[in-house]
Structure formats: C-alpha cells, structure tokens
Ligand binder design. Structure first.
Ligand code: GDP
Ligand code: MG
Length: 482
C-alpha cells in the first residue's frame, strides 16, 4: 500500500455505529461491532483494496472537559501542536484514554469521518465533539447513521452544517454499493491534494465491481455445465446408492459455487458446510417453488424435447432404452413425466454392452464412454427440464444477496426458498422471466456433451447480463430472510 493512500479516522461518540460504518466502507465483516459501548478500545486499521485506509477508533469519553483544554487551538498557528501537547499531558490517564488514542490518530494528518446516530437526540456532549474536531483544522465529513427507526436527522443536520462542509446520510446496515461510492466521491472535495487519488480509486472500485460480476457469471456457468453434464456412474452400486451419490455430487458442486459467489463479495456469512438457502437443492420445496412455471415447462418440452432426447441417447452410447427415449416417450404421452413441478425422478440408465463396437476398438473410446460400454455400468442423471433453472434461481438469489449485503450486518441469515422466488420476480431476475429458447438449446447441448466454446461464451454473457441486472437494483430481501 502506498504511503499516500487516502486515510480516514472514523470517530464519534459512544455507539453511533462507527465500527459499523468502517465495516461497510472497508467491506469487512470482521470489524468488531457491538451493542456494548466501549468495545473498540484502540485504533484499528482496515484497508479497502489498497485504495483507502479507515481507522476504527474508540468513542469520545469526556469531550466537554477535553474541549476546555483544547480551546487554545482556536488561535494557535499550528492547532495540531496543541492537540499533541494535550496527548502528552494525559497519556496513560484513564479519564482521557479514548481522547488520547483517537486524537493521536488525527494528529497524524488523516481525514476525519465523524459518525453520529441520527436516531438519537443531539446532546450537549456532541457539540463539544464537533467543536474539538473543528479545532483540529483537518479535512472532515459527517456521516449520519441510524441505529433505529427514530428520526432526529433534521436537528442533527442543522447543527452539523455549522461545523462540517459535508454532511452525509449513510446507513451502515443498508447502504448499497452506489451509496458507498457516492460518499467516497464526496470525500474528493474535502481536500484538493486527495482529489485525483480518490477519483482514481472510485474508477478502480467500479471496474472491480464489473470484474466481479464477470467472475461470478463464470462461476455460475461452470457450475451449470458441470451439473447438467454430470452422470454418476457405477458398475456395482445399487440404484438407490447411485441416486444418493448423484445428489451428493451435484449438491457439492452447487455449494462450492455458492461459497465462491459469497467469497467474491468478501462475506463470511456461512461457514464451511453451511448453506445460505434454507432448503436443499433436491428438496421438495425447491422443486415446487423455484424454476419455471408448469406452463413454461410444457412449452420448453415442446421445443427441446427432441434435442434433450438425443442428448441422453448420446450419453448412453446408443442404448435403445436410454433416458432420451424415456423423455421422448413422456412427451409423446402428454409430458406428464417431466412437466410436473415435483422433485425429479433421477433416472437410472443401464447401458448394455454394445455389440456394434468391437472389443479391440474400445480402448480408443474416451474414458467417459468406454467405462459404461465395457463395464456394463449404470448411470444416473437428471433429465428434468427444470433443473438448470432451479440451479439458476438459487445461484442468482445467492449472488444478489451477497452483492448487496452491507458488511456491517452481523446477523447470521438463511434465505427462505419459499419467498426467494417472489423477491427475484419482483426485480425481473427470476428464471420464469429469464427463460428463453436460446438458453434451452444450450442446456440441451450441455447435457449431450456437445456444447461448443461459442455456446459456452454466449451462455456466460447472458448470465453476466442477468447478474448485472440483479446487482444494480436495490433488492429488498427482508421477506426472504429468516
Ligand atoms: N439497525 C441498525 N443498527 C446499527 C446500525 N449501525 C450500528 N448499529 C448497531 O449499533 C450498535 C453499535 O454499533 P458499533 O458499530 O459497534 O458502534 P460504535 O460503538 O460506534 O463502534 C451495534 O449493536 C450495531 O449493530 C445501523 O445502521 N442499523
Ligand atoms: Mg466501535
């Protein structure tokens, strides 16, 4: 990190949410946030992408008395000298411990972010705090946070305007990416020498966000490809064990992808092995609530039935009772087998030893085909047309949540699948709204193991567009949080 990195001390009274603001601005959910006053005992540094440094500080303990001693800074040629002398005089004294620590940070020449709680009434001691900060002569901004719904913001504003050039409302637990960026941009006008660096940093943060969205699109594309193409294969296992292994493999792929999405946004919301969503991938809830509508499924079956059928025939190496034929048959019989909104029946397929491949030629076959052919293996896959869309609803929901959640929040949360669909739908990013023929064609080709690189790139680009849409809107997840 460069020595000239814009650096700010986040200061204020006890408990207005200083640590929470640091947490949100620095995108760090490991900053100590606590309802107990005095939890932040020392100044601690948090860095945002090597672009900004924020110091979390203890709250003022005894501002009116400190102010009485610091008044002389008003007419001093070098006000910070008065502050340094104050620190020297009171170092190690319990009464001014917090003041010494936070003022020491300010005397290093950093910018000041003064945090107040706009849900509490303004008090006399707050006026002393504002006056002390004004006397430092350092560039400073106020953030009005709110730790509850009560609203005293107008009173605060009237007073703060007299002491601070910039008075900004930012809610630590609700601020969006754009809200944060707007504040950071405003910091550029505090001090001329910082302005180019701060503007440059804002550009980098925007590019970084765009980059993250692309990376998440890649994570989701890869997960979809792996899950749709996967067939759990075995020679010896029972059908039930095969199905269970298949579910475990796929759920593992999904969980890995979701963890990567959450980590991209630097959250530690869920521990290893835990999931953000309350219902498993193969649960009845998931299959009845997520994915396409029954009417859509019937349509999709109409225009991809043939392709999907072929897909599975290819995988089973020409076996005439392949899964593909089963699907074709189901469509012929009215589609009831695959069109219902229920958990998928995981089809077990038993490829017989193929008579049309001479034994000596088998070793030239790719491993994936050779094993079932030569070992009389059975394999399990999921042919349900809903499958890709269910994976997508779950992944987009996880992405949208992780990309929007401010780091100041500390509640451990699960998203209820039952409400997730409605939340995504309200913002145009649920599978019911995203499904189209082009995607269905690609999904069928993934299942047939014949997706081209161009198709993959196109799918990734489509998903990137969806993710962009999901994270540029303010999505209220309250209804789905549990
Ligand atoms: N509801 C809500 N609570 C908040 C917000 N900011 C802080 N808090 C809560 O207020 C308490 C104090 O927050 P903290 O950041 O530790 O304050 P500090 O003492 O100034 O560092 C914690 O319980 C936070 O969860 C907010 O924006 N909304
Ligand atoms: Mg704190």
């Amino acid at each position: 990190m460069h020595v000239n990195t814009p650096t700010f001390a986040v200061v204020g009274a006890v408990n207005p949410g200083k640590s929470s603001i640091v947490s949100t601005l620095a995108e760090n959910d490991r900053v100590r946030v606590s309802p107990i006053p005095g939890e932040t005992a020392d100044c601690e540094q948090f860095v945002l992408d090597d672009l900004f440094v924020f110091f979390d500080t203890p709250g003022f303990q005894n501002a009116p008395e400190a102010l009485a001693e610091l008044e002389s800074a008003r007419n001093a040629k070098e006000p910070l000298l008065v502050f340094r002398q104050f620190i020297e005089r009171h170092r190690g004294e319990h009464a001014f411990d917090a003041e010494c620590r936070l003022l020491a940070k300010i005397t290093e020449g950093v910018g000041i972010i003064y945090v107040v709680d706009g849900s509490k009434p303004l008090r006399e001691i707050n006026l002393a705090e504002m006056e002390i900060l004004r006397l430092t002569g350092q560039p400073r901004v106020t953030i009005i946070n709110r730790t509850s719904a009560a609203d005293h913001v107008a009173d605060w504003k009237a007073r703060l305007d007299q002491h601070f050039k910039i008075v900004w409302e930012l809610n630590a637990q609700r601020a969006s990416f754009e809200d944060r960026l707007a504040l950071i941009e405003a910091l550029a006008s505090l001090e001329q020498s910082w302005a180019p660096k701060i503007r440059q940093a804002v550009r980098i943060l925007r590019e970084d966000r765009t980059q993250k969205i692309s990376e998440c699109a890649e994570i989701i594309t890869e997960m979809l490809c792996r899950c749709l193409a996967h067939r759990e294969t075995s020679i010896a296992d029972s059908d039930e064990k095969l199905r269970a292994d298949y579910r475990r493999t796929i759920a593992g792929e999904e969980a890995k992808a979701h963890r990567q999405l959450i980590e991209k946004f630097k959250h530690h919301l869920v521990g290893a092995g835990e999931n953000l969503l309350d219902a498993g991938l193969f649960s009845e809830e998931t299959w009845s609530l997520l994915g396409l509508s029954t009417a859509q499924l019937a349509t999709v079956a109409g225009f991809t039935g043939g392709a999907a059928g072929l897909a599975f025939d290819v995988l089973t190496v020409g076996h005439s009772f392949g899964l593909g034929t089963l699907i074709g048959g189901a469509i012929g019989a009215g589609g009831a087998l695959i069109v219902g909104k229920t958990q998928p029946e995981l089809a077990v397929d038993i490829p017989l030893r193929s008579t049309w491949i001479p034994q000596f030629a088998e070793r030239f076959l790719p491993e994936k085909i050779r094993q079932p052919v030569s070992g009389r293996a059975r394999s399990v896959g999921c042919a349900a047309l809903d499958f890709p869309w269910i994976l997508l609803d779950r992944a987009i929901g996880t992405f949208a949540y992780a990309s929007q959640r401010p780091h100041a929040r500390r509640d451990r949360v699960t998203l209820r699948v039952a409400e997730l669909k409605a939340v995504l739908s309200a913002h145009g990013v649920s599978s019911t709204q995203l499904s189209d023929r082009a995607c269905e064609k690609i999904f069928a080709d993934i299942r047939a193991d014949r997706m081209t690189p161009a198709q993959r790139a196109s799918l990734r680009e489509t998903i990137r567009g969806w993710l962009e849409k999901a994270c540029t809107q303010r999505i209220d997840f309250t209804a789905a949080e549990g």
